[in-house]
Design a protein around this ligand. Structure first.
Ligand code: ZN
Length: 374
């Protein structure tokens, strides 16, 4: 099997959703810079994401919506109709200079990943993970839905059974729309309860295709380890997938400004490690994550995990310089960042008691008879 491949692009370095938007911070470029500073990203493993052609987006997305996105990018203006019909130009989904090109590049990477995984392998596409995008509208900072496009690309390349695992702090409502009732898809999502979009309730099985685990605020590493071993690993194993798609959003860590979970990045890396080797194909996507240091450190550690690199206790000076160069304007977390955000990748673990409500919910999901086309 070939080495893992990393899909990235320079468009993510300077593109911003605007001065006050959570996606004003650089994320993908930090992972690329840190990985290169650590000697972990030789040219042979790097692929520049191609921008998806509009035609490749239509099918799951509507032609009208894709045309609107392109038109809004060209004019840098959303009409009242664009906002009403497609939620373009709203506070959440603002008009910004790369409003079509940026999501089309993330989607291009995910579409390409589906092709490259035809014969098997491991691909990391951190620009991907826009799991809220809907067929005809932007939703939750997501203009397109590259996870859905990746999974459809896998299907076109002969891959049938797909296990989609989503540990972002938010529920993957767009992916759930895309694969509702699909007998060859198992979607497992852990997400903070009562957090936007407030979908993905415990009882919601997406037509028999999903296991939804809402988790309480303050989710700790021990609880995530329990969820991994009692729910995620055995359910994926029983499903016998031809491919696993993992959406590894970085907003479940303690320092994230949008969610209220208390994980350390060790929890995410352990999920990545557990899923490796469980199917002949693995695609890891990014997702949420709005603290620039947390995202950069977590997602770089994901790449280390996929390659079996040991994360150094203290970063070499070139890598430290990448983290010291980050700014987090408009957020108190950017005022006096703790020293370890500059000098380490690995967080101090955040263990704790496994709460009964988590045990009970996992038991409900595991015991509930499901078909999943088995
Ligand atoms: Zn999220």
């Amino acid at each position: 099997m070939t080495q893992p491949r990393f899909i990235g692009a320079e468009i993510f370095r300077h593109s911003s959703y605007g001065r006050w938007h959570p996606l004003r911070v650089p994320r993908v470029s930090t992972v690329m810079d840190l990985s290169r500073a650590l000697g972990w990203l030789p040219p042979a493993q790097f692929i520049t994401a191609p921008r998806a052609k509009p035609k490749a987006l239509i099918g799951w997305h509507t032609a009208d919506y894709i045309a609107a996105l392109q038109r809004v990018e060209a004019s840098q203006h959303a009409t009242a109709k664009d906002t009403a019909r497609h939620d373009l130009g709203s506070v959440t989904n603002p008009v910004y200079p790369e409003i079509f090109r940026r999501p089309a590049t993330a989607a291009g990477g995910s579409l390409l990943a589906g092709e490259l995984l035809r014969e098997g392998g491991v691909i990391y596409n951190p620009p991907g993970g826009t799991h809220h995008g809907m067929p005809d509208r932007a939703n939750g900072f997501c203009y397109l839905n590259d996870p859905v496009l990746a999974m459809l690309s896998l299907r076109r390349n002969g891959v049938r059974r797909i296990a989609y695992v989503d540990i972002d702090a938010h529920h993957c409502d767009g992916v759930a729309v895309g694969f509702h009732g699909d007998p060859d898809c198992l979607m497992i999502s852990t997400h903070e309860e009562r957090l936007w979009p407030r979908t993905g309730l415990l009882e919601d099985d997406a037509g028999g295709s999903a296991l939804n685990l809402p988790v309480p605020r303050g989710l700790n590493d021990s609880e995530m380890a329990f969820i991994r071993e009692a729910l995620i690993v055995p359910q994926v194993a029983a499903f016998r997938p031809d491919a696993i798609v993992l959406l590894c959003g970085a907003d479940g860590v303690e320092e994230d400004p949008l969610a209220h979970l208390s994980l350390s990045n060790n929890a995410h890396w352990a999920v990545v490690g557990a899923l490796m080797g469980m199917a002949p194909r693995l695609l890891v996507l990014g997702g949420g994550g709005y603290n620039p240091w947390s995202v950069g450190r977590l997602w770089t550690g994901v790449w280390a995990t996929l390659n079996g690199y040991r994360v150094p206790e203290r970063l070499p000076p070139e890598a430290e310089a990448v983290l010291r160069g980050l700014r987090f304007e408009g957020n108190r977390r950017g005022k006096n960042p703790p020293e370890h955000w500059f000098t380490t990748l690995r967080d101090v673990p955040r263990p704790g008691a496994v709460r009964d409500e988590i045990k009970d919910r996992v038991a409900f999901l595991v015991k509930n008879p499901r078909t999943f086309g088995r």
